[in-house]
Design a protein around this ligand. Structure first.
Ligand code: AMP
Length: 175
């Protein structure tokens, strides 16, 4: 089997100073655009967790949607969007969190999960962990059980993994 970390590493474009000065943006659209590579990575994530270990996949807006939908399709499961504030049309649970400058909020429909449903949560990049920590709390508030959290890329110079502890983080590639 191909080295999945190498596949991800070979499909990242580093974009300096995006979206603001000093940020090195990790653009994973080349991975999404390469069908065979994307499929290998998705299959690898499913194999890591084990099909049967989760009942539904939740993706964090917006690039997490791409990963979540692919895993859901590969496993025959459904997908739940974790959205930025004001986008979901029905009753939501909402949680706000600190960004470097200001605040952001994420939302999920209150009826998104059945009680105790096992939820695999996915995103493209784990940086400070604020987005992920907020999402995992929201999943639980909505009645789900977090079965796992996976990202394509973890930035290990930031404290995301520590922030999520004792929850486990699975990263296809850690840099
Ligand atoms: P954080 O809450 O700091 O862990 O940020 C994670 C969210 O912001 C994810 O949804 C990522 O898509 C995005 N993100 C944060 N930093 C980067 C980066 N350097 N490159 C690409 N995406 C990033």
């Amino acid at each position: 089997m191909a080295d999945l970390a190498e596949i991800v590493a070979g499909h990242i474009l580093d974009v300096p100073d995006f979206p603001s000065p000093g940020i090195l943006f990790k653009d994973l659209t080349p991975l999404f655009a390469d069908g065979p590579a994307f499929r290998e990575v998705i299959d690898g994530i499913v194999a890591h967790h084990g099909a049967g270990s989760f009942d539904v996949v939740a993706g964090i807006e917006a690039r997490g949607f791409v990963v979540a939908a692919a895993i859901a399709y590969a496993t025959g499961l459904g997908v739940v969007p974790i959205r930025k504030a004001g986008k979901l049309p029905r009753a939501t649970h909402s949680a706000s969190y600190e960004l470097e400058y200001g605040e952001a909020a994420l939302e999920v429909h209150t009826d998104a999960f059945m009680a105790g449903e096992r939820v695999l949560v996915v995103d493209d990049v784990l940086a400070t962990g604020g987005t992920a920590a907020t999402t995992l709390d929201l999943v639980e508030r909505a009645g789900g059980t977090v079965a796992g959290f996976t990202v394509l890329l973890e930035l290990s110079f930031l404290p995301g993994r520590e922030r999520l502890a004792p929850r486990e983080v699975h990263a296809v590639l850690t840099v």
